[in-house]
Design a protein around this ligand. Structure first.
Ligand code: A2P
Length: 341
């Protein structure tokens, strides 16, 4: 099998670290692995399999002989450096929002629209984490009857905001519990995240939604190539380390029987349907703890919407560092080496 030279841009970050785990776990056909980050991390050693690899500073010359470059170092780094990777002949799979809505850049969730990845100009975009998780969960329903409208509230883990956000939650919890502090420091989040929930992810826009909420609207339409779908999202940060949860209510064109929805969700690729009562009468449903470290998106609490003839409600949880970011990107790369792009 052909082996690839792979670069991970943002290798020291929360998503970057998961990229390395996934490349290792999936036995990705690697020839050479180049780890790139900022000047701050230059020379730092990261263990990959049995090898110690030194992190290099990202520059415009970082991509010589690179076949695949995974970018996960923020939109401004992607905007500045992705073109150099493309010029060197690499396929860029970009986890940032830099190019997602560009007409010539496919926005790909392999379970939904893998064929879109075939037509690219060197860059393929990985969608927003909450959007990927939602897209995987609603695809089997969409295949029964087109979805007209989605109302979604998210419960998003702090690691989605990067490594410093994880440390901020840890420090706030320690300060409050161990040091009995009443006031804690917040630098990453707009207000205290420990023992709190914050209905504010990314910047506010003129229409009153946040940018994260509008990403769910715009990206879902592009992924499904259906610009009639309406999505209204409220995105909320919660004091959970990993895995985003989403309460999704959707309206389909035709009424879907609950048994048909259940059947479709149970057999869908990339999904685990967890909606059960065990022999002791305990309810089973997905939680962030169950989903963390797992590849599948979990769906539970499936029910008919009592407020809408054609409505379904479900509770969806997925590890946003894996399926919501690194895993989705690696799956796109796997399409590439399996010759399907
Ligand atoms: P570094 O660790 O050197 O700052 P997270 O999302 O967890 O905050 O991670 C962001 C990733 O993006 C890190 O790997 C970080 O590297 C990287 N990064 C941030 N700024 C730059 C930059 N100017 N050039 C290259 N990588 C950067």
């Amino acid at each position: 099998m052909k082996e690839f030279n792979v670069a991970v841009v943002g290798a020291t970050g929360a998503v970057g670290q998961v990229f390395l785990q996934i490349l290792e776990q999936r036995a990705f056909p690697l020839k050479n692995l180049i780890l790139l980050a900022s000047e701050r991390s230059e020379g730092k050693v990261i263990k990959f399999k049995s090898e110690n690899i030194q992190v290099k500073k990202l520059t415009r010359n970082s991509f010589k002989d690179v076949d695949i470059a995974f970018f996960s170092a923020g939109a401004s780094r992607s905007k500045e450096y992705a073109k150099y990777a493309v010029e060197s002949g690499a396929l860029v799979i970009d986890n940032s929002s830099a190019f997602r809505m560009d007409d010539d850049v496919p926005l790909v969730v392999p379970e939904v629209n893998s064929s879109k990845a075939m037509k690219h100009n060197g860059i393929i975009a990985n969608p927003n984490c909450s959007t990927i998780i939602m897209a995987v969960a609603i695809k089997p329903i969409y295949d029964i009857s087109p979805i007209k409208k989605i109302v979604v509230s998210t419960y998003q883990a702090v690691s989605g905001a990067g490594y410093r956000a994880i440390v901020e939650l840890e420090n706030q919890v320690k300060d409050i519990i161990c040091l009995k502090k009443r006031e804690v420091k917040n630098e990453v989040f707009p207000v205290q995240i420990a023992f709190n929930v914050i209905p504010h992810i990314d910047v506010f826009l003129d229409n009153g939604y946040t940018k994260e909420e509008m990403k769910m609207h715009n990206e879902t339409r592009k992924i499904f190539d259906d610009y009639k779908i309406k999505v209204t999202a409220t995105t909320v940060r919660v004091p959970v380390f990993t895995s985003h949860s989403e309460a999704i209510t959707l309206e389909t064109k035709d009424k879907i029987k609950i048994e048909d929805a259940k059947f479709a969700l149970k057999k869908a690729k990339g999904l685990k349907f967890l909606d059960d009562i065990d022999k002791n009468g305990n309810f089973k449903y997905p939680t962030p703890i169950i989903a963390s470290g797992k590849d599948d998106v979990y769906v539970g609490r499936l029910r008919e919407d009592i407020s809408n003839e054609n409505g379904l409600c479900m509770w969806v949880v997925g590890d946003q560092l894996r399926k919501g970011a690194a895993l989705n990107a690696v799956q796109i790369a796997e399409l590439f080496f399996s010759g399907r792009i």
